[in-house]
Ligand binder design. Structure first.
Ligand SMILES: [Zn+2]
Length: 352
C-alpha cells in the first residue's frame, strides 16, 4: 500500500518534469530555440537512473546525480537557493573526504560552492563547466565554527585572496599556509584531474610549496578563482559517455605557461573592428549537447531530494565510506535501480 502510494508519487513527479520538455522536443524547432541553460536550469530534481556523466565538463549533462547534504560534520554548503549541490556520487564522496581530511592540514572545514544542477547541463549564470557533475567549487574562506543560517549562506560575501592595489598578487594578510595545504591536499587525490586557481595563487604555491612538487602540475592557473578554488575529477571508470580531458602537461607548471599570465596578453581587451561588430554568440540549445542529454531530460525524476542525498534524509552524515566503488553490481535497466542503490556509483551500461 505504502509502496503503491510512493510509486504514484514518483510517477507524478516524472510527469511534472517530463511533460514540459517532451512538448519542447516534439515541436522540434522549439527545443533548439530554447537555450539549454533555461531547460536544465528549470529542473529541480535529478533523473532516477544509474549515475552517468555525458559529454564534456563544459558541454554535457548527468543522469542519476546525488546531492551533497547541506551540512556535514566538516562542511557547509553555500548559496543553497541555486540548487547546485548535485554531482556524480564519486564527486560528492570526494568532497566529503576532502572535508574530513582538511582538519589534518589545519583547515577547519569546507564551505562548498557550486557542484552541478540536478541534471547538470549549462547554467543561467556563473560557469562554463560544472555540467557533468564532476566539478566543484570550494571557498578559500574556512568554515566558521558555527552553523551558518540559510540567509548567511546566501549573503556571506566572497573574500578575494588578491590585493586590490597590486597586479596579480596574493594578499599576505589573508593567505595562510593552510590555504596552500588545502589546495595541495585536493590535488593529492588520484581521482582529481585538475584544480583551478587564480594565476597569483598558482604563483604563490610555486614560490612557497615545499611538499611534493609533482602535484603542482595538477594546479592550473585560470581567470577568477581568487575567492574559491575548483576541483575537477576524472571521468569515473566505466562511464563511456564521459569525454575525458587530456592529463595536464608534465612538470609543476611553474614555467613559461604561468609567466604568460603575468604579461598583458591575457588581460588585453579583444580587438574588435568598430565597423564590424562581433556576431552575437549563438545560444547553446539542447540539440547541441550529447544526444543522451535529451534522454536525461526526459527520464523519470526521483521523488524528492532526500532520497538521493548521500546519507539519506539530508542528515549530516559522512557518506563517503559507503559510496566507495566496491564490487558494485552491474546495473540492469537503470529505471529498475532501487532508490536505495542510487548513491552507489554503478557501472553504466555502455550503450547509454
Ligand atoms: Zn568552478
Amino acid at each position: 500500500m505504502r509502496l503503491q502510494t510512493r510509486t504514484r508519487l514518483i510517477r507524478l513527479a516524472v510527469i511534472a518534469v517530463t511533460v514540459p520538455f517532451l512538448m519542447l522536443a516534439e515541436s522540434g524547432k522549439a527545443s533548439e530555440q530554447v537555450p539549454a541553460k533555461k531547460v536544465f536550469g528549470g529542473i529541480e530534481l535529478p533523473s532516477r537512473a544509474a549515475p552517468a556523466p555525458y559529454g564534456f565538463y563544459s558541454k554535457g549533462c548527468i543522469s542519476g546525480a546525488v546531492a551533497l547534504p547541506t551540512d556535514g560534520p566538516t562542511w557547509q554548503a553555500m548559496r543553497l537557493s541555486r540548487n547546485r549541490r548535485w554531482g556524480h556520487p564519486q564527486m560528492i564522496s570526494l568532497l566529503e573526504q576532502l572535508a574530513h581530511d582538511a582538519s589534518e592540514v589545519g583547515w577547519p572545514g569546507l564551505l562548498v560552492g557550486d557542484v552541478s544542477q540536478p541534471r547538470g547541463g549549462p547554467m543561467m549564470n556563473g560557469h562554463a563547466s560544472h555540467q557533468i557533475g564532476l566539478d566543484a567549487d570550494i571557498w578559500l574562506t574556512p568554515m566558521p565554527d558555527r552553523r551558518l543560517s540559510a540567509e548567511e549562506r546566501e549573503d556571506l560575501p566572497f573574500t578575494s585572496m588578491l590585493r586590490k592595489d597590486k597586479f596579480l598578487t596574493v594578499d599576505s594578510r589573508l593567505w595562510t599556509p593552510s590555504h596552500a595545504r588545502l589546495i595541495m591536499l585536493a590535488a593529492s587525490y588520484p581521482q582529481v584531474e585538475r584544480v583551478f586557481v587564480n594565476p597569483a595563487i598558482k604563483k604563490k604555491l610555486c614560490d612557497t610549496w615545499t611538499g611534493d612538487r609533482s602535484l603542482l602540475g595538477k594546479v592550473r592557473p585560470i581567470y577568477g578563482h581568487d575567492a574559491h578554488f575548483h576541483v575537477r575529477i576524472k571521468c569515473p571508470v566505466g562511464s563511456s559517455g564521459c569525454k575525458s580531458q587530456a592529463a595536464p602537461p608534465p612538470g609543476d607548471g611553474c614555467d613559461k605557461s604561468l609567466a604568460w599570465w603575468f604579461t598583458s596578453e591575457p588581460w588585453a581587451k579583444p580587438k574588435t573592428d568598430p565597423k564590424k561588430p562581433a556576431p552575437k554568440p549563438r545560444e547553446i540549445g539542447v540539440a547541441d549537447l550529447p544526444k543522451s542529454c535529451v534522454a536525461v531530460l526526459n527520464a523519470p525524476s526521483v521523488a524528492n531530494e532526500s532520497e538521493v542525498t548521500l546519507g539519506g534524509d539530508a542528515t549530516p552524515v559522512t557518506a563517503y565510506a559507503a559510496a566507495q566503488p566496491a564490487a558494485a553490481p552491474a546495473a540492469a535497466d537503470p529505471i529498475d535501480v532501487t532508490l536505495k542503490d542510487i548513491p552507489i556509483p554503478l557501472p553504466r551500461p555502455s550503450d547509454r
